[in-house]
Design a protein around this ligand. Structure first.
Ligand SMILES: [Mn+2]
Length: 336
C-alpha cells in the first residue's frame, strides 16, 4: 500500500470548507464516471454540502439501477456559482463537454495517463484501477462511512473499469476497497448481474452481427515492410446505423462488445469503427504491452494503454487504413 498523497489533504480541506460543490465528469459517461460522481456526491451531502452533479451526456440505460442516478443533471453549460468544482475521470477539462467551468476553483481527480493537471488542486494517480479507487480514499479521508448505496456506486465503477477484474492496475488497494464495499452488506453478485446479465435481446443480436462480419487482419498486410506473418492479430468490427436498426438497438447497447474479440488467443488488438453519420468514433482495445493509447493520441483521442478511443471528423477509407496500420505498428512495437 502506498501512503496517502499530499494532495488528498488539500482536497479534503477544500471540500470541507465549501458550502456548495459541483461534480462533473467526462462526456459519454461510463460506470466509473457515474459511480465516482454519485458516491462522492452522496458523501458530500452527508456532510451537509449543497451538491449538484452535471454531465453533458445522459447515462447509458444499463446504469439505470444505480442508486440516485436521477440526481445527475444534463446540461452543456454551467452558469451557477459553486465554492468548489470537482472534475472526475478527465485528463483535460474539455473532456467534460461542459462550458463555463474555466474560472472556478477546480479539483482534478483522475487516473488517466496524460492528465494535463488543469486543476487548482490535482490528484492524478495512474496506478488506480478506477477513479472510484481515489474517490473511495477521499470519502474515507472526509470521515464519511460507506452506505450500501455508495458501496454499490463504487463497486460498479471498479467492476466495469477493470473489465470484471481482468485489466491492469488491479492492486492490493483495489481489494482493500472492495472489502470495505462488501462489508456494507451489498451483494456483489447481484450488482454484477445487473451490469452483465441485464442487456437487451437486441444487444445479443447486434453482437452476433458484429462478430459475423468481423475482419481479422494480418499485421504483415497492414505494414508493408514487415515480412513475418503474425497471424490474425487485429480484429476489426464495424457498426453503422442500419445495423443498429436491424438489430433493434440503441447506441447504448454497444457498450462492452468491443472487448469480446480479445477472448481469442491470436487477437492482440481490436479496432471498433462506429459510423455515427457525421463523425466516426473508434474504440481500441489491446492486450498486455500493446499500447493503443498512443494510437488514439495520434488522432487527438486518449485513454489507457489497453483501452482507448478517438473520433475521426472526416472519415474515409484512408483514415480507416491509417488507424489499422498504427494499431499494427503498436503490436509490432510491443514485441521484443
Ligand atoms: Mn476510469
Amino acid at each position: 500500500m502506498t501512503s496517502p498523497p499530499p494532495e488528498l489533504d488539500s482536497i479534503r480541506d477544500a471540500l470541507l470548507g465549501a458550502r456548495s460543490v459541483l461534480l462533473t465528469s467526462h462526456a459519454h459517461p461510463d460506470g466509473d464516471s457515474l459511480g465516482s460522481q454519485l458516491a462522492l456526491g452522496a458523501a458530500l451531502r452527508q456532510l451537509g454540502k449543497q451538491v449538484r452533479i452535471i454531465d453533458c451526456d445522459p447515462a447509458p440505460d444499463l446504469y439505470t439501477f444505480l442508486p440516485d442516478l436521477g440526481t445527475i443533471e444534463i446540461a452543456d453549460n454551467v452558469t451557477d456559482r459553486f465554492d468548489a468544482v470537482v472534475v472526475l475521470e478527465c485528463s483535460s477539462l474539455d473532456r467534460t463537454g461542459l462550458g463555463g467551468l474555466d474560472e472556478r476553483p477546480l479539483i482534478n481527480i483522475d487516473h488517466h495517463p496524460g492528465n494535463v493537471m488543469y486543476g487548482t488542486l490535482n490528484w492524478h494517480d495512474e496506478s488506480a484501477c478506477a477513479c472510484a479507487e481515489l474517490v473511495s480514499e477521499l470519502i474515507d479521508t472526509l470521515g464519511v462511512p460507506l452506505t450500501p448505496a455508495m458501496a454499490t456506486q463504487l463497486y460498479v465503477a471498479i467492476l466495469t473499469d477493470t473489465g470484471s477484474f481482468r485489466h491492469a492496475n488491479i492492486t492490493p488497494r483495489t481489494f482493500t476497497i472492495c472489502q470495505k464495499i462488501a462489508a456494507t452488506g451489498i451483494n456483489p453478485t447481484d450488482v454484477a448481474s445487473q451490469v452483465y446479465n441485464n442487456g437487451s435481446l437486441g444487444r445479443l443480436r447486434l453482437t452476433g452481427m458484429l462478430l459475423e462480419r468481423m475482419q481479422l487482419e494480418h499485421v504483415s498486410h497492414l505494414i508493408p515492410d514487415v515480412t513475418i506473418i503474425h497471424g490474425n492479430r487485429v480484429a476489426v468490427l464495424r457498426l453503422n446505423d442500419a445495423m443498429l436498426a436491424e438489430a433493434g438497438c440503441t447506441p447504448d447497447d454497444i457498450e462492452g462488445i468491443v472487448n469480446i474479440p480479445l477472448a481469442a488467443r491470436d487477437v492482440q488488438a481490436v479496432v471498433f469503427f462506429k459510423d455515427t453519420g457525421a463523425a466516426m468514433r473508434v474504440s481500441l482495445r489491446s492486450k498486455g504491452s500493446v499500447d493503443v493509447r498512443q494510437v488514439a493520441v495520434s488522432f487527438g483521442g486518449g485513454g489507457h494503454r489497453n483501452a482507448a478511443g478517438l473520433t475521426i471528423e472526416h472519415p474515409s477509407s484512408e483514415t480507416d487504413s491509417l488507424v489499422l496500420s498504427r494499431v499494427a505498428a503498436a503490436i509490432t512495437d510491443s514485441e521484443p
